[in-house]
Every structure is written in structure tokens, then in C-alpha cells.
Design a protein around this ligand. Sequence first.
Ligand code: HEM
Length: 393
Amino acid sequence: QTYDLFATTTEAERHALYARMRAESGLCRIAPFGAYAAARYEDVRIVQKDAQRFSSEALATTAEPPWLGPNPVAQSLVTRDPPRHTQLRALINRAFGATGMARLEAQVRHEAETLAEAAVHRREVDLVDAFSFVLPRNIIGRMLGLEPSTFTEFKRWSVNMGLITSAVPAQHPGIRDTVKEMEDYLGGVITARRRQPGEDMVSDLLRAEVEGQRLTDAEVLSFLFLLLPAGMETTAQLIGNAAILLARFPEHLEQARADRAHIPRFLEEVLRYEPPAQFAFRVATSDVELSGTPIPAGSLVMGLVGSANRDERIFEQPDAFLPGRDKGSQHLSFGHGIHFCLGAQLARMEARFALEALVPRIRALKLRSPDIDWLPGLTIHGPRTLPVELIPA
Ligand code: HEM
């Protein structure tokens, strides 16, 4: 059965459609581009996890938009299968492990406190511009050793990169420009670090060796194309979505103010309820079946994470926002299996420190409009702008 997911205009409509998909067939076709879409939790988990039957590598060519040319993230680990994926991941893992995160902790906390203090002082702000985007942007910028004066274009770049899979023709020229600008910028960074290595992740990547092999410049470039938007946009959406839910459910602001241990529970439910990355894309490597429906080899398959996280087969009262709920951390928002999000620890830390900085400073968080200005496209889910009033504590 075919459903037009891209015709839904409101959150409520989208979730009603997901519920119908789960109930009616589980495995559906999505208009307009005919991909197979898994709507039920178990199927989405299989799509994310079973790298043998659902390839990420084949995506680089199958899902390559003809209007864009070569997919700029095609050589990064997110679009590789084993064995190359395993090697790339081993090279990169170290920077994101517990030691790497511990080194970043003080920086993230300091940055969050400074931004929260300034935002609450201004009282009426666009929370995306003043807080939720700027925090992850500054952190990933620092991890990569980038010059802060060059951060100004990052917002436009990450929004445009997030649109690639679902762009309408009017958006194509802007996205092509972005890819070119990022290529020039990131290529320049690689050249500079080759000449003069430093204590940053780009230099680490250029130095790193696994089984006697180094990353090629094209692989480093491709990884940075993935990392820059991945490090900013999704985390910004998590913090933005958390702010929206704090405004809608002020009892959780109260609870977090009374006990900061409530914050991680609250954030885990924000991840389940409003996943920043809505889809997992793969290509079927052979004829396969999900929920009894055959999928021919070579088909583009989408795992609908936003639907899986509301599957009544796993989560009781799935449409209720219930931090601390049973099985709450089983959401699929960071993926599953070998491609499980490399930045999950970092994202959780940034979001936790963001709320730990903001919550004690405010008595209330008021949305200045009841209608949320959501990002365009369906792939990345969160506010594009978020005008709020922060009532100081
Ligand atoms: C992979 C979501 C933050 C870097 C993924 C995947 C998801 C995801 C769903 C799996 C993709 C797939 O299965 O094809 C998120 C969300 C975030 C977040 C919701 C924030 C709330 C970050 C951050 C970074 C990052 C902060 C880095 C600084 C990556 C990388 C991969 C990845 C490198 C590829 C891993 C691989 O293929 O082995 N992310 N991410 N992410 N994420 Fe994140």
C-alpha cells in the first residue's frame, strides 16, 4: 500500500498516518519516490541493524540525487558496509570514547552556562539562534579546531545538508552552492592541517592508522561533510525539541528544577517522542521480506524512526509524553547496531548540560507563538526558529 507521507502538514497528521501504516500493513510504499518504508518497531530495528541484508554502502549510488552529482558523504562511515566500515569506525572511535568525552566535559558545561546566562538576561530570544544551535556548533567547531570567525555559514550549511534526501527543485541550487562552499572550506582545513598538524580531530584523522592504512584525503573530507552537520543539527534539534516540551509540560520544568536527576529521564523521552533524525535509509541487498511483504533486491528502504518510537507493540500509551516510562530508553533515535550514532554520548552530554544551565535560571519558558516553525523537509525534525520568553527564576 502506498502512502503520501510528504503530503502531511502537521505533526498530528503525520503521527495519525504512522499509526495507520503500523496497523494496516507495517511495510508500505512512500509516494512520491516509491521507497519501501518500515513503520513497525521490529522492522525498523532490523533495517537499522542488519547490515548484510540492508546495505548503507549501496545508498551512496542508489540514493544519489541526480541533480546533485556525487554524494559528498559517500566515502564516510555512515555510507560504508563492513569491512571498510569497521576500519573507519575503529579509526574514529577513540575521539568519541569515554576519555574523549571526559576531556570535553568542562568545555561543554562552560559554554552552556555562558549561553544560558546571556539568553535569560535578554529574556525574549530566538532560542535556536541564542542557544540550541550555537552550543553544539561551538563544541563541534572546537573539536575540529575550526576558527570561530568562520562559523557564520554553518547554520545554512547544516540545514541545506539535512534537506538533500527530500529536497524540492526550488531548493536544489542552494544545496549545490552549499556543497561547493563546504568543499572549499573543509578542503582548505585539511590542507592547512596536513601542513601544520595540531591537537584537533582533523589532525587526529589525518594521523590515524588502522592495519597500516591511513584515511585518504577524500575519506577525511567526506567524514567532515558528515560530521559537521551531524554534530550540529541533530543535537540542536534535541535541545530545541526539549525546550518546546518544557514549555508544553511545565510540570517537567518544575520537576527538573527540584531535582536535576529528572533531566536525563526527560531528555530520553524527548528523544523517543520527537526524534531529530526521522528516517534510516538502506538498500536491500537481496530479495527480503518484512512484516510478510516482499521487497525486491536493490530497493530503497526507509526505517520510519518517528513511527517505531510510537509503536504500541513496545510502548504503552505511545502518544503520551511520560519521562521515566517503562522501556523508555529502547527508542531507535540513535540507530541500532554497527551504525549506532557515534556522537550519542556527546549529544546526551550537550543536551544535559544545556538544560542543567537553563532550568535553574528560569521560572517559566513561554513559547511566543503556539505554532512551531518546524524545519522544512521531514528528515530532520525540530524547530527552525523558536521565539520564546524566558521568565527568570
Ligand atoms: C550516526 C542520530 C548526534 C555523529 C547516527 C545515526 C543516527 C544518528 C540515527 C545512525 C544512522 C544510520 O543508521 O544510518 C543522531 C541524533 C543526534 C546525533 C538524534 C543528536 C541528538 C551526533 C553528534 C555527532 C554524530 C553530536 C558527532 C559529533 C554521527 C556519526 C554517525 C552517526 C559519525 C555515523 C556512525 C556510523 O555509521 O558508524 N546518528 N546523532 N551524531 N552520528 Fe549521530
